[in-house]
Ligand binder design. Structure first.
Ligand SMILES: [Zn+2]
Length: 246
């Protein structure tokens, strides 16, 4: 990939252009795993137009890169070692290992610890298998928690009648939830790592979409009504959310 650069008051900012057909209107900034700025652009933007747009907005681009790099640095890099802290509904709990003779490995949250209970291990267990064990656990807990909260929140929404809306779980990289035009709410199981008010906010947000598909005035009026504390929750997810998405 060809590298290009802009200049922000003497500071050179390198970037690469990535054309993505799904991107239709604007330029979108991302930070690559290697820390290089990636500019995702619709096909019809020439490299020249991209460069001049970025150059015109150089201070904004510089700010984006600085913040994104900072965020990248404080991302947890889980090793699944004894004592390592893992999030669950806004709290962090140490991971502990316990041995059992029962057949299957299990995860449980008790006494302020996330316990991985498993058979006495002869060979070392891979990080990957512990990761998938934890992911399955988060998913089961998320299903339980989100189902309960969705039912409770829908009950207070005057526009939802009858049974609670259909819900699915899907692990997503950037999105907490969405609501399809067929009225199916999809939630990201990673959301279970966030505090309760954030979980409620995302669910309430999607429940509002059952009535108003777009983020217009009417949508925000519904959201204010259903979950008045949404701004605070949204701000928390904006600044801390990336930590839960790992
Ligand atoms: Zn929305």
């Amino acid at each position: 990939m060809k590298r290009e650069s802009i200049n922000n008051d003497g500071e050179v900012i390198d970037y690469e252009v990535i054309y993505r057909p799904a991107v239709t209107r604007r330029l979108h900034l991302e930070l690559g795993a290697d820390g290089l700025l990636q500019v995702v652009a619709p096909r019809r933007w020439s490299r020249r137009a991209i460069h001049s747009t970025l150059q015109q907005r150089a201070p904004h681009v510089a700010r984006f890169v600085t913040r994104a790099r900072l965020r990248q640095q404080d991302l947890p890099d889980y090793q699944y070692a004894d004592g390592e802290q893992h999030p669950f509904m806004g709290e962090w709990y140490p991971l502990r290992f316990r041995e059992t003779l029962s057949a299957r490995a299990e995860v449980e949250l008790r006494d302020g610890q996330i316990c991985i209970v498993r058979r006495p291990v002869e060979s070392p267990v891979s990080k990957k298998s512990l990761q998938s064990l934890m992911q399955r656990w988060y998913r089961r807990q998320a299903l339980q928690q989100f189902t309960t909260r969705l039912a409770a929140i829908s009950e207070t929404a005057s526009w939802v009648t009858g049974i609670p809306p259909e819900m699915r779980l899907r692990r997503m990289k950037r999105t907490w939830g969405n609501c399809s035009s067929r009225r199916v709410i999809t939630l990201n199981p990673h959301l279970l790592k966030a505090p309760e008010n954030c979980i409620d906010y995302v669910i309430a947000h999607e429940v509002c979409h059952l009535r108003e598909l777009n983020h217009g005035k009417a949508f925000y009026a519904l959201q204010d009504e259903l979950f008045p504390g949404w701004r605070e929750a949204k701000a928390h997810l904006r600044t801390k959310g990336h930590i839960y998405l790992v």
